[in-house]
Design a protein. Structure first.
Length: 449
């Protein structure tokens, strides 16, 4: 055991030295290294081929200037990124994030996570991620369009349906993907599956919009089933009020659960009566059409309460779905959730729980599904969208939903296969090892590239 600990520490020392100022990337790699080092240490071929060292180094990083004109005619300059992390098992695949906090280290963490997540989906996709420090909040549709066109004017030469296929993430939804796709098509003179998350009218897939939230809920359902439980009758807290949060709320409600919170970066709304289908439709219009703030919920639904600058983790619940952003659950939040009786945490967001928080969940032996497994439904349906685009065909809604459900079940089974110890499933270890082995074996087969 101490040999493994020493190996992790030696590996991390050189990673930290090589990647200064990238705390999220270091955090993500450390978690995977801890899980997979026993396998690396006991597999001489992995060690000799320096698989871990290579997997933590992006194959390619593209950084570019994105100049655009705002509505006053003033020039704005943002920075664009695409991290092409690993293509051992398929074309680079992963979302674009538009948010002021975007930087190289943040996107490297997301691209790194994406490699293992994509591997888990059973679809042949490599890992990548990209985005910009552009903030779509408060911008007009025309400003967002001009930004997207400028961003794509550089990105288009690096992507392609068999090379690198971006999708959405924070700040990049249907509207942004539409503008990005329009500009790609104009520049490349090709209608193809170069982006996923497109609108249904532009070659998108049914259920892609819903996929991450639905998939995370299906994953929670699978975890609960291992203890003879289900979502029916359970109280759920959800953070965020964007794409993932909205469709998690929809599926939890459809399965008989009661959702009592949503949030955004200004605070949390608590509705003890439950955010039912009708209230959720109002939220979707608020966030996706009127582009308002979640606090407005309490003006409309008077029995609900707004808690400024607070997260939902101290609201009593059975299940928690962190669905906003990274590092939103610390050790104290995790302890509060466990003490209040929470039995299941399914991560819709990427790396929303800090390492100390994960330790609390694992020590308490609750059902804890890490993002790279629990939220893989989004990229899985993106993979299905690529398959449909290559056939110039659109599958039926129920057909895609059934496939999504099957994929989430298979990801869950794989986590159990690699993560079960003495009757307890450590989903972190299970997801990391299952995701790693497939990519590592492909890298071995392809030589030193
Ligand atoms: P959206 O942009 O649709 O929504 C993001 C939500 O999270 C908003 O409510 C936003 O509030 C809130 N949020 C964002 N940043 C912060 C912050 N720093 N602090 C507090 N709240 C914040 O994004 P998505 O729903 O698509 O993504 C949410 C999470 O899910 C991300 O971690 C993403 O990586 C992950 N994910 C998304 C997938 C997808 O298919 N879209 C797939 C897999 C994972 P505000 O409006 O105030 O910023």
């Amino acid at each position: 055991m101490s040999k493994v600990i020493d190996a992790v520490s030696a590996f991390m020392d050189q990673l930290v030295a090589k990647n200064p100022g990238q705390p999220e990337f270091i955090q993500a790699v450390h978690e995977v290294a801890e899980s997979v080092m026993p396998i690396v240490e006991s597999t001489p071929a992995y060690r000799k081929a320096k698989i871990l060292e290579r997997i933590a180094e992006p194959e390619r990083v593209i950084i570019f200037r994105v100049p655009w004109l705002d509505d006053r005619g003033d020039i704005q300059v943002n920075r664009g990124f695409r991290i092409e992390m690993n293509s051992a098992i398929g074309p680079y695949k992963g979302g674009l994030r538009f948010h002021p906090t975007v930087n190289l280290g943040l996107l490297k963490f997301l691209a790194f996570e994406q490699v293992f997540k994509n591997s888990l989906t059973t679809i042949m996709m490599g890992g990548g991620k990209g985005g910009s420090d552009f903030d779509p909040k408060g911008k007009s549709d025309n400003e967002v369009m001009r930004f997207c066109q400028s961003f794509m004017s550089e990105l288009f030469r690096h992507i392609g349906p068999d090379t690198d296929v971006p999708a959405g993430d924070i700040g990049v939804g249907l509207r942004e993907i539409g503008f990005l796709f329009g500009q790609y098509k104009r520049l490349a003179n090709r209608f193809c599956g170069v982006l996923t998350g497109k609108g249904l009218e532009s070659g998108g897939s049914f259920i892609r919009l819903e996929a991450t939230g639905y998939g995370t809920t299906y994953f929670a359902q699978e975890m609960l089933a291992t203890r003879g439980e289900s979502i029916k009758g359970k109280v759920a807290v959800i953070s965020g009020s964007g794409n993932v949060a909205q469709y998690t709320a929809e599926k939890v409600t459809q399965l008989g659960g009661k959702v009592v919170t949503l949030s955004d970066s200004s605070g949390t709304i608590v509705d003890k009566d439950g955010i039912d289908e009708e209230k959720l439709a109002w939220v979707m219009d608020l966030k996706n059409v009127r582009r308002g703030r979640i606090s407005e919920y309490c003006d409309k639904f008077k029995r609900a309460e707004f808690r400024p600058n607070q997260r939902p983790w101290d609201v009593k619940c059975d299940i928690a779905f962190p669905s906003a952003t990274q590092n939103e659950i610390g050790a104290t939040d995790a302890r509060t959730l466990v003490d209040n009786g929470c039995v299941c945490v399914a991560e819709g967001a990427n790396m929303p729980t800090e390492p100390d928080g994960i330790d609390v969940f694992v020590a308490a032996k609750i059902l804890y599904g890490p993002g790279k497994a629990a939220n893989a439904g989004g990229v899985a349906v993106s993979g299905l969208e690529m398959a449909q685009n290559s056939q110039f065909h659109q599958w039926r809604r129920d057909e895609v939903d059934t496939r999504l459900h099957g994929i989430m079940r298979s990801i869950h089974d794989n986590c159990v296969k690699y993560g079960e110890e003495n009757g307890f499933v450590n989903y972190v270890r299970g997801a990391n090892i299952a995701g790693f082995v497939k990519v590592a074996d492909a890298m071995l087969a392809q030589g030193v590239v």
